[in-house]
Design a protein around this ligand. Structure first.
Ligand SMILES: [Zn+2]
Ligand SMILES: [Zn+2]
Length: 123
């Protein structure tokens, strides 16, 4: 699927001018035919040299992906923590208001005032 997507339309092989190229080198993007291709890591290369060059840059790519994955899991943990805080905080706020009905009444009054002010503003 990758080879097909990468297949150039009007190129010929670098080493065989009489043959159409079927793919391109992952490292240098030179067109190459099926016979010249050096396959490695699911990628196509025109030569051992290009394959080696690709392998030399590969650890960097993997390290980057690993860092990305770590960042993602850290973000997930933060979101979970926030959820826990919200739930626990909400629970205690509920308990507090249950134990202090006056506060509840006050809050309701405040909310009513705010609502009235908002109504006046929109009028
Ligand atoms: Zn190459
Ligand atoms: Zn060739």
């Amino acid at each position: 699927m990758c080879a097909q997507a990468k297949a150039p339309t009007h190129s010929v092989c670098l080493n065989h001018p009489d043959r159409g190229a079927t793919t391109r080198c992952t490292t240098c993007f030179k067109p190459i035919c099926g016979e010249c291709v050096v396959r490695s890591h699911g990628e196509d290369f025109c030569s051992e040299q290009c394959k080696t060059n690709y392998e030399a840059t590969r650890p960097g790519v993997e390290e980057f992906q690993e860092r990305e994955a770590r960042r993602r899991s850290a973000r997930r943990r933060r979101r979970l923590l926030l959820l826990v805080i919200l739930v626990v905080g909400g629970y205690f706020a509920y308990r507090y208001l249950k134990a202090n009905p006056d506060t509840m009444q006050e809050l309701k009054q405040k909310a009513e005032e705010v609502k009235q002010k908002a109504d006046q503003l929109t009028k």
